[in-house]
Design a protein around this ligand. Structure first.
Ligand code: ZN
Length: 140
């Protein structure tokens, strides 16, 4: 457990055609945020996300090539080996209201997107490899 204090807060807009995960990483890097949370809503032209197979300890990639609404996109900002990591999960709906989602991956192309990002002040959130899950978990 680590107690955090809210720092700077930002509202951002991601441009049409941008890669969502790359854009979120860039927002954090450009604002100098190494620890924080973010949430976003909007729409995508197509999406790519992953599902973690707990038995195999491997991610399975899911690609959906259709326009969808971003119903919810929530993540945190931390660092792994000095690099900023955006750990983000996304829930999307197609025109029938059917929902898909998972661990946000590169390859999700923005139609429009509005982001709220909050920095955690005076704290470092670092990740470290965890043998039990095979994931880089928060080292707290
Ligand atoms: Zn995840």
């Amino acid at each position: 457990m680590v107690e955090v204090k809210g720092g700077r807060e930002f509202i951002e807009r991601i441009e049409y055609g941008s890669d969502l995960l790359t854009s979120l990483e860039n927002l954090a890097k450009e604002r100098g945020v190494g620890a924080g949370i973010l949430m976003a809503i909007g729409a995508v032209q197509r999406a790519r996300f992953r599902y973690y197979d707990q038995k195999e300890k491997k991610y399975v990639t899911i690609q959906v090539d259709e326009p969808m609404e971003i119903l919810s996109c929530i993540g945190n900002i931390s660092t792994f080996k000095e690099n900023v990591v955006i750990h983000c999960h996304i829930v999307l709906a197609n025109r029938d209201g059917k929902v898909v989602g998972g661990h946000l991956d590169y390859g999700t192309v923005v139609f429009s997107c509005e982001v709220y990002l909050r920095e955690f002040k005076d704290v470092e959130l670092k990740r470290k490899y965890d043998q039990v899950t095979g994931l880089n978990l928060l080292d707290i």
